[in-house]
Design a protein around this ligand. Structure first.
Ligand code: NAI
Length: 267
């Protein structure tokens, strides 16, 4: 197998559970980590429960690891304090430990919410300036900048995967644009892990959906070609022919509902 030991953080999460099943062929041992319960280790697995904000624990977590799929952290809007611990301190702890242990490559689960303040009429690429739509999005911008810094300073390679909406199928009109099938997600991770040189690459994680907002040409060297398309689900949303249909922030901006989420709107 290509790797001796591959670390997956966020293994108890929605995507972590899917990936746990799918990444086994890539490593002799998959080390699974989360702050939450992951159940018992199966054959070829190691289970390490820890908080990403715990620097000493994360240092130990990276020992003996060849590559990392960093999916752990807070995945929607939350308080600054919670985001600070899990996503900002947590991602720093992960990179510093990866550097100290000589890890060569990380795939960072970034988000479309790094660019959520672009309009749904905009078409952007990896060089478009970040425009986060939430404190959550800001924390993902931090992870992208941090990984750029660690690449320039230490040579750790990272693919920042700006995941759109990775769910079994689109559940609203916006997801007809942002949907990322699980098969395409796994294929993007395969490309991110096994392309010989990736340097620091930003890849938008979406299937081949009609009306995409994102141009992946700057990540062409990864050779990622999505196979799925949301077109097969379009009939589920008959009202969405003229998306964005309404004059409200959730349809004007790419970040959708995140434009209206967050503690600052609930006060
Ligand atoms: P999720 O919320 O289901 O999973 C995240 C996992 O991280 C959880 O199991 C949680 O316990 C763990 N976690 C949270 N704080 C932690 C801490 N301090 N220490 C250790 N573990 C901690 O989210 P999901 O959907 O599985 O997403 C995985 C990653 O992909 C996240 O980083 C998320 O931001 C990113 N992402 C996912 C998208 C999607 O469509 N599912 C879209 C954009 C980004």
């Amino acid at each position: 197998k290509p790797f001796k030991r591959l670390l997956l953080t966020g293994a108890a999460g929605g995507l972590g559970k899917i990936l746990r099943e799918r990444i086994q062929p890539w490593a002799d041992v998959v080390r699974l980590s989360d702050i939450g319960d992951m159940g018992a280790a199966c054959e070829g697995e190691e289970v390490v429960q820890c908080d990403l904000a715990d620097k000493a624990a994360v240092f130990k977590l990276l020992e003996g690891v060849d590559a990392v799929l960093h999916f752990g952290g807070i995945s929607t809007e939350n308080t600054f304090e919670n985001i600070m611990a899990a996503n900002i301190a947590g991602t720093y702890n992960l990179y510093e430990a990866a550097h100290k242990h000589g890890v060569k490559r990380v795939v960072f689960a970034s988000s479309n919410h790094t660019i959520g303040y672009y309009k749904t009429t905009d078409y952007i690429d990896a060089d478009s300036p970040m425009r986060p739509d939430s404190l959550y999005g800001v924390s993902k911008c931090f992870g992208e900048s941090l990984s750029r810094y660690y690449y320039d300073r230490t040579g750790i390679e990272t693919v920042c995967l700006r995941i759109g909406s990775s769910f079994p199928e689109p559940v609203n009109p916006r997801m007809l644009v942002t949907w990322f099938s699980y098969d395409d997600l796994v294929e993007s991770l395969r490309c991110a892990l096994f392309t010989p040189r990736v340097g620091h690459t930003i890849l938008f994680g979406a299937s081949a959906n009609p009306g995409s907002w994102w141009d992946n040409s700057k990540a062409a060297h990864l050779g990622f070609k999505p196979k799925d398309s949301s077109a097969q689900f379009a009939a589920n949303f008959p009202e969405s022919g003229a998306y964005p249909p309404k004059d409200d922030v959730a349809t004007i901006y790419q970040g959708g509902g995140f434009l209206m989420s967050g503690p600052q709107y609930k006060d």
